[in-house]
Design a protein around this ligand. Sequence first.
Ligand code: CMC
Length: 431
Amino acid sequence: MTRKTVTITDNATGKSMELEVHEGTLGPPALDISNLYRDFGYLTYDPGFQSTASCSSGITFIDGDEGVLLYHGYPIEQLAAKSSFLEVAFLLLYSRLPRQQELEAFAAKISKHTMIKESLRGFYKGFYHDAHPMASMVGVVGSLSAFYHDSTDIHDPAHRELAALRMIAKMPTIAAGCYKYSLGEPFIYPRNDLSYCGNLLHMMFSLPSAEYQVDPVAEKALDMIFILHADHEQNASTATVRLAGSSGANPFACISSGITALWGPAHGGANEAVLLMLDEIGEVKNIPRYIDKAKDKNDPFRLMGFGHRVYKNYDPRAAIIRDMCYQVLEKFGDADDPMFELAMRLEEIALQDEYFIERKLYPNVDFYSGIIYKALGIPVNMFTVMFAIARTVGWVAQWMEMIAEPNQRIGRPRQVYIGEKRRDYVPLEER
Ligand code: CMC
């Protein structure tokens, strides 16, 4: 195969350098600039990583122009319609779909790790009852490394796998714990006879004093949303997990750092922000005012749930979730729910607006997920926690892929320094 290169030339000196082109199986090729500074004396400048591939990965592929999302080659639409969250978790971790027996064995392994240590439950008491559940998640997940010393040796593949299974298994228990603590209700132990999402619903909504039946429609809806959220290549939280992991930090600490990055409203925090925004807009008649605010560069307001760094087309996850809204609202809410109607009108008006058309701003996955969560009775401050539970699978899969790379090195971005040049210290009395 011929080696592809691109030559760059410094117009000031006439000096040239050939850069090798890396081609993946799909997607745009990348210039290898790893020796650029050493051989050419330049750094590259790309704040926000708009044109930077920070790694090679075989897990998830996005074609943002076409609105395509694949997990190990399988289209998200097929997985959402035919698969289950645990099957997708297997796919992301082991790069292939499981056979029946393998899936059962995997589900059994996850079930084995759903409990958390009793003393870990004591951690919650350190938080005020009104702590945001994402804040509690960061603390509790980060502390797992203090409990599971038999899965923190990142050089041992068996430790890595055990840590991955533990985190996938314990996230629902930890998340439900955050919720129960905020309500002042007793923690509910996991039930391993239930599905992954059924168990989460049980731990969130049942009480020791009454029988709770998991609703199959709610269980299915949650499972599908979790499939959609399971991975999304090198987004801010995944890149954070990889960067933290590149230093050799233990996996629990890395996932905790991913949760912090996810929390921001530009990322996973957008699902909570969408609901707050819809509440604020209130009525269809107010939409034009808020569209104007979103377009006004002097106003920090943005249309939450709109726009994406990679998708310059309808987010394929948003299309799936939008359809699911009807089913969920029919069962639990009101198919004529004014909030759903408001969201649909907002989408319609924004998609016809020149500002949004020109910038290719479409609804993203978070635009509709909150409406479903709300209909399922999940409180707004738990929305991003739901996202974190699902994304844990992607985070651990990406972390495992990175650690297994033979040439894995610490991630260490450079900078263009714009501060003061060297200057001498002036003693206090002379300033
Ligand atoms: N409302 C109004 N204007 C917007 C919006 C929006 N939601 N999103 C982007 N723009 C404008 C932006 O002002 C800029 O305009 P101009 O070129 O005139 O300066 C242009 O569109 C490009 O935006 P950008 O900020 O340069 O794009 P980005 O790739 O840096 O940001 C984003 C992507 C998702 C952070 C941004 O679109 C946004 O803030 N959206 C709202 C928050 C949101 O829904 N986030 C969830 C993302 S999907 C789930 C996830 O990743 O977790």
